[in-house]
Design a protein around this ligand. Structure first.
Ligand SMILES: O=C(O)CCC(=O)C(=O)O
Length: 267
């Protein structure tokens, strides 16, 4: 027979779940906080958690144009479909993406000032591509903690099964973490620097899977720890474009392989 305390706990939990469920049911979709509908709250939340997902930054037309331009990139032609560093130096459509007015405007708010672009990278993300290991972008870029951020643009619908990003809220407040070597999986379709080492994450942080509809952008603080899933979908490419920015005047490491250089996003 149920004792009184167990019965009480069950009833209480049932009520709690119902309250949560009915709240979800009555929540209008416009309550998803974006820079379009509530810039102050979007900015506040970004500073609290270290990332922000803005839906519908790129239109279907813009995604199609960028994907069409990707067919002119060298690794499309050699069929390796490896990520391409700085496609904006090869194809004008990527330079246009680097200067996208909504991306530039959000970045200016995130880093509090005028910005310069310093890097772009295009990912074909074909099925089977392994993910990135845990890292903070500023480990590589060595810019200031609050003056460096990136815009990771989904050019197709992205979730865990086709290589979605995983972000660790709150880690943007940490200093640059030490890295340790890891056994590298095969590098099928991936950047050779993506997964040979990983950040040593202190206890207490939990990863969140991001689900990003086509045209959405994940804005990433330079110190937020993130990684990505292997594309295990079997048939869904995960095309994405990473665009990286600093607040004007901040220093950064050009990088031996990356060869980063400032790009004026206003002209
Ligand atoms: O696109 C991915 O899978 C991860 C990219 C990334 O984290 C990076 O380039 O810093």
């Amino acid at each position: 027979m149920l004792n009184l305390t167990t019965a009480y706990c069950r009833a209480f939990n049932l009520l709690k779940s119902w309250a949560k469920f009915s709240k979800l049911l009555s929540m209008p979709t416009s309550q998803v906080v974006t820079f379009k509908n509530n810039p102050d709250l979007a900015l506040k939340t970004y500073h609290e958690v270290g990332y922000h997902i803005e839906p519908a930054v790129l239109s279907d037309q813009e995604c199609s144009e960028i994907l069409a331009a990707a067919e002119n990139l060298p690794t499309y032609h050699d069929h390796s479909l490896k990520p391409v560093m700085h496609p904006h130096r090869l194809e004008p459509r990527f330079l246009q993406a680097l200067k996208h007015p909504m991306i530039v405007s959000i970045l200016e708010q995130l880093v509090k000032g005028k910005i310069s672009a310093i890097q772009s990278q295009f990912f074909f993300g074909r099925p089977g591509t392994p993910g990135f290991t845990l890292h903070q972008d500023n480990f590589y870029v060595q810019s200031s903690q609050d003056g460096f951020a990136s815009a990771w643009c989904a050019l197709t619908d992205v979730d865990a099964s086709n290589g979605g990003l995983i972000v660790y809220p709150g880690t943007h407040l940490l200093p640059i973490l030490p890295m340790r070597p890891v056994e590298q999986p095969d590098n099928f379709g991936q950047d050779p620097n993506a997964n040979y080492q990983e950040s040593i994450l202190p206890a207490g942080y939990t990863g969140i899977d991001t689900v990003v509809p086509k045209g959405g952008v994940v804005f990433l603080h330079g110190h937020v720890v993130h990684n990505s899933h292997k594309n295990t979908s079997g048939d869904r490419f995960r095309q994405a474009l990473l665009l990286t920015y600093i607040r004007q005047g901040e220093t950064f490491r050009p990088g031996y392989a990356a060869q980063r250089a400032e790009v004026d996003v206003y002209n």
